[in-house]
Design a protein around this ligand. Structure first.
Ligand SMILES: [Fe+2]
Length: 393
């Protein structure tokens, strides 16, 4: 699959955030190259055959109502364990032929290329994103006019679909709602989406969509930013991790008089910690938490661990961004504290580590000057295992 950037979706990022983000819908015709590479009918055919896909990952919607799961699932046995709700592909195809819209929820949980695609958005917003695929038969209304309480990016990948959008109301409700045609009047955007087109809908944008002559596949990527109250809660949870907040006070009716004074003291302690929070680094931490929420996380620990086992003497190594505390040298060794580990390393190793600038690469064998390459490489391996170094390649 071609990899896409956030700018591919929204065009000029500055203009997007100034003019459209949170304000009004944006239409970008032909924004994405290779839309079938993002999601194709062929891929949906593959996905419907996989026994691992069960409701709520797949659902069907017929004539505006959800089809009960029992209508398209069966029991399959996996290594002696019964899965009672595996998809029956023939029944899903039957529903599709009868006019049902087939919906794959949180497809980023199942498809790693779509996960990478939605990560482009979660990385930018520091928020959880979820990607839902809609397959609508030709000539069918998918859903009647409504709004959703989340920001949406709509990506058309196969066929066509007509979208009508209205500007969000002055006062936002922040919860789902549906509308009648009379309530809405003339749409601000009325467009036939074709493969590669992108629509952005700020939360609470009323929309209605219907497939035309062709069966339609589109992705709806939901961005779920946290409200201030959610962010504050996460900051607070971090602040009250200290042991002093772990006691169980007795707060029943006949509590001791001292309990109230103690409570007042805890409140002051929390207030002090809150005012001491550095807003910049805390927002960065909260954004990183948002990027790592289920459905968006990514990692390569198996790969990097296996590579580390086979580390060569000339492999380029660099410092990770872990904070390292260097102790004072004693008996030719220096105590290091990193990621909760305390280790003593020979002074020459500590000198090399202290001198490594961010991003600077040093061969594994040069991490420990003055000893055999094999021994130095083992030292580099050990430092990588505690997260102080990492292989640069
Ligand atoms: Fe919707």
């Amino acid at each position: 699959m071609t990899s896409h950037t956030f700018a591919d979706l929204v065009g000029d990022e500055k203009e997007f955030f100034a003019e459209y983000f949170n304000k009004k819908p944006l239409l970008r015709k032909g924004a994405l190259k290779d839309p079938q590479g993002i999601l194709s009918l062929r891929r949906l055919d593959e996905l419907v055959q996989l026994e691992v896909i069960r409701p709520p990952y797949l659902r069907a919607n017929l004539k505006g109502a959800g089809v009960p799961d029992q209508g398209f699932t069966q029991t399959v046995t996996v290594q002696g364990t019964d899965l009672t709700d595996a998809i029956v592909p023939e029944k899903v195809y039957e529903l599709f032929r009868a006019g049902a819209t087939i919906v794959w929820s949180s497809l980023n949980h199942l498809d790693s290329s779509l996960r990478s695609f939605t990560r482009v958005i979660s990385d930018r917003f520091g928020a959880k994103t979820d990607c839902v695929a809609f397959l609508t038969p030709a000539g069918k209304q998918g859903f009647s006019p409504h709004h959703d309480p989340v920001d949406l990016f709509i990506v058309q990948t196969e066929g066509t679909k007509r979208w009508r959008l209205w500007n969000p109301a002055e006062v936002r409700k922040g919860e789902a709602a549906s509308y009648t045609a009379e309530q809405l009047g003339e749409p601000v955007i009325d467009v036939l989406l074709e493969p590669g087109d992108v629509l952005y809908l700020p939360y609470d944008t009323p929309h209605a969509a219907a497939a035309e002559e062709l069966a339609s596949v589109h992705l709806s990527i939901m961005v779920r930013p946290r409200m201030w109250k959610d962010l504050l809660k996460q900051t607070f949870e971090e602040l009250v991790r200290e042991p002093q907040f772990n006691e169980f006070p007795f707060i029943g009716a006949d509590r001791e008089a001292g309990t109230e004074a103690l409570f007042a003291q805890k409140l002051r302690a929390v207030a002090e910690r809150l005012t001491a929070v550095a807003p910049g680094s805390e927002l960065d931490r909260l954004a990183e938490l948002g990027r790592r929420m289920p459905g968006n996380s990514a990692g390569h620990t198996f790969l990097s661990t296996a590579r580390l086992d086979a580390l060569e003497a000339d492999a380029p190594m660099r410092r990770t961004d872990a904070v390292v505390e260097f102790g004072t040298p004693a008996d030719g060794r220096v105590q290091l504290t990193v990621n909760g580990h305390r280790i003593a390393v020979p002074a020459p190793v500590a000198d090399i580590l202290a001198g490594m600038a961010a991003g600077q690469e040093t061969a594994a064998a040069d991490v420990f000057p003055g000893v055999a390459a094999e021994r130095a490489t083992r030292m580099a391996q050990g430092l990588a295992r505690i997260g102080l170094l990492e292989a640069a390649a």
